[in-house]
Design a protein around this ligand. Sequence first.
Ligand SMILES: [Zn+2]
Length: 309
Amino acid sequence: MVCGVKPERPVMFDTRRPAGVGERVGLSPLVARVLAPNAGAMTFSGTVTYLVGHRQLAIIDPGPDDPAHVDALLRAVGNARVSHILVTHTHLDHTGAVAALVSATGAKVIGCAPHAGFNQPVLGGWHPPDSHIDHLYRPDEIMADGGRLETAEWSFEAVSTPGHTRNHMCFALAQEQALFSGDHVMGWATTTVSPPEGDMAAYRASLAGLLQRPERLYYPAHGHPVSEPVAYVEALLAHRQQRQEQVEECAMHQATIEGIVDTLYPSLEPLLRRAAMVTVLAHLLNVPQDDHEVHARAVQLIRDWVESV
Ligand SMILES: [Zn+2]
């Protein structure tokens, strides 16, 4: 065993891949989905755009800037009226199609705040390539935590869930006691927490916050719905706690962040290795300041790494 790495507590991921790119698939009396054609290592089988309602629709996370996906959404809308476009966070695989959908439907854009820039002093201005961040997103209305959007057919409550991004927001659908969980909780994998936009402490607090809520079905923006979200979120929290302990243990024995990654994530393909790097970085930034020795070591590892990249 290297630097005290304990066996993983298993998280039961649902790696079945949704199929039917571009097709309208009904999931419940109120909710349908259209799968976008942007499958990939970070997007799984592609972004899932949700349509909620019958005559009056809300569209949640329009998806990537791809004319074929916008056409598929408009076919799925048919003769209904799209009154609102809801956005969970400002990653382009969720917001790229907003502008085209607004111009086709005249819908109002509502949801998370715009991207707010980067502000993590210990990183000295470093941040990962942000080509996936939508810097142009400007909603008609920013929802606050607990804010409501109600129509005759459906009503949503905004649930602020920072962590994956600082502006991440989920939407609770009262009629189904269901939660549109965006990239915060997905069944196929744990989410990416990429500093300085991602924040591990905020992510864990946002997960814990969901356990206090009544929703018993989650509709994530990638993969299938999560049907037992309480047990799943508890498993995610336990997994993150274990990773935190592993990273702190390794930080005291390894000379570099790369060394920690090699120990905790052996034999990763290059793209996932970058995700592992930023996840370890997020855990190092999450070491509590009152844990003086480990905190000082974490800051040193981060500074050395920032200077080397
Ligand atoms: Zn995202």
